[in-house]
Design a protein around this ligand. Structure first.
Ligand SMILES: Nc1ncnc2c1ncn2[C@@H]1O[C@H](COP(=O)(O)OP(=O)(O)OP(=O)(O)O)[C@@H](O)[C@H]1O
Ligand SMILES: [Mg+2]
Length: 112
């Protein structure tokens, strides 16, 4: 199992959520966050901006998926989230050691 953590533009969230539902994702969480990347929150880098950091509103989406679904999930997020401009976001991928479905006691892939 893999955990996919995607930080995306709020304006792309509905499209990404719909794409993930379309490909049959089992569950996900999202968080309203603020953060910065390479441009430190600025839409363009200009003289003097290096010292000042602004944080921009983003959505952080997380989903734990079967290993075999990972490529499809990443493609779905990228294609729905991309505008082609800076600030489109970033995806982090983690190994998941185990999962437990509390209602049934199932674990591992069967718990998703
Ligand atoms: N290295 C990082 N670690 C954790 N979060 C990050 C990192 N880089 C970016 N983020 C998060 O992702 C959001 C969007 O980042 P962003 O798309 O601007 O990345 P970038 O590295 O600046 O790439 P780009 O040049 O395409 O803008 C940031 O606001 C922040 O919340
Ligand atoms: Mg950026």
């Amino acid at each position: 199992m893999k955990k996919v953590e995607a930080i995306i533009r709020p304006s792309r969230f509905e499209a990404v959520k719909q794409r993930l539902a379309d490909i049959g994702i089992h569950g996900m969480n999202y968080f309203e966050i603020r953060g910065f990347g390479r441009q430190r929150g600025h839409t363009e880098v200009y003289r003097g901006s290096a010292l000042q950091v602004d944080c921009v509103a983003k959505i952080k989406l997380e989903a734990v998926v079967h290993d075999e679904a990972l490529d499809k999930v990443l493609e779905a997020i990228c294609s729905a989230a991309r505008t082609g401009n800076i600030g489109d976001g970033k995806i982090f991928i983690y190994d998941v050691a185990d999962a437990i479905r509390i209602s049934t006691g199932e674990n591992g892939d069967a718990a998703l």
